[in-house]
Ligand binder design. Structure first.
Ligand SMILES: N[C@@H](CCC(=O)N[C@@H](CS)C(=O)NCC(=O)O)C(=O)O
Length: 200
């Protein structure tokens, strides 16, 4: 059985959300997130990171990789387009954009405003980080025009990856009011019981 090391508000939300969407049984190992102030890999999990997934000999510490692993092993073709589908490239693009491109500016913003205590000494860095978040999220907003989900009408694991990123942006107060499409999209995702459970 999959063991998922989880803390609310962390990227573990993605993995729990996916497991709930698929109805895959798992054991939830709740840990308390330790704020990082210079030290990394210090979480109370087998890898020092949250999320961590353990299944038999398998140990993973990368949320996107866990989602691909779960889909391949337990997904039965659900929540992702088949390899030969015309939607496959779009799926991969937005799946990876969520963590590799959209999250880093948020990470810098969190680092400056939550973990460091000297944000007021560096207004230019904070404003630069915020601008980077806004510019990056605009790409997602543009991708969602006339679409309910990143692939169109069908919800997929790319939305799981992006949903957490947008929830984090919203909680940090950097999802701007002008991003109306993104706000509606996030609300749409939040109506899913699996997402609600994953953030509880
Ligand atoms: N790219 C990784 C990032 C994992 C990560 O940095 N997790 C945070 C919590 S959301 C963490 O464990 N931070 C503590 C640390 O960096 O030591 C993923 O998607 O899982």
């Amino acid at each position: 059985m999959i063991q998922l090391y989880y803390a609310p508000g962390t990227r573990a939300v993605r993995v729990r959300w996916l497991l709930e969407e698929l109805g895959v049984p798992y054991q939830l190992e709740r840990v308390t997130f330790k704020p990082t102030s210079g030290k990394f890999f210090i979480q109370d999990t087998p890898t020092g990171k949250i999320p961590t997934l353990v299944e038999g000999e398998t140990v993973m510490a990368e949320s996107g990789a866990m989602i691909e692993y779960i889909l391949e092993k337990h997904g039965l073709g659900r929540l992702m387009p088949a390899v030969e589908s015309l939607l496959r490239a779009r799926y991969l693009q937005w799946f990876h954009f969520a963590e590799s491109t959209a999250f880093p500016p948020l990470g810098i913003y969190v680092w400056l405003t939550v973990y460091r205590q000297d944000a007021s000494d560096h207004p230019e860095l904070v404003s630069d980080a915020r601008n980077r978040v806004t510019t990056t999220l605009q790409q997602v907003e543009d991708a969602l025009v006339n679409r309910n989900f990143l692939l169109g009408a069908e919800f997929s694991a790319a939305d799981v990856m992006m949903g957490f990123t947008l929830m984090a942006a919203d909680r940090l107060g950097v999802l701007s009011e002008e991003h109306t499409t993104l706000r509606r999209y996030l609300q749409r995702l939040l109506t899913r019981p699996a997402f609600q459970l994953a953030i509880s």
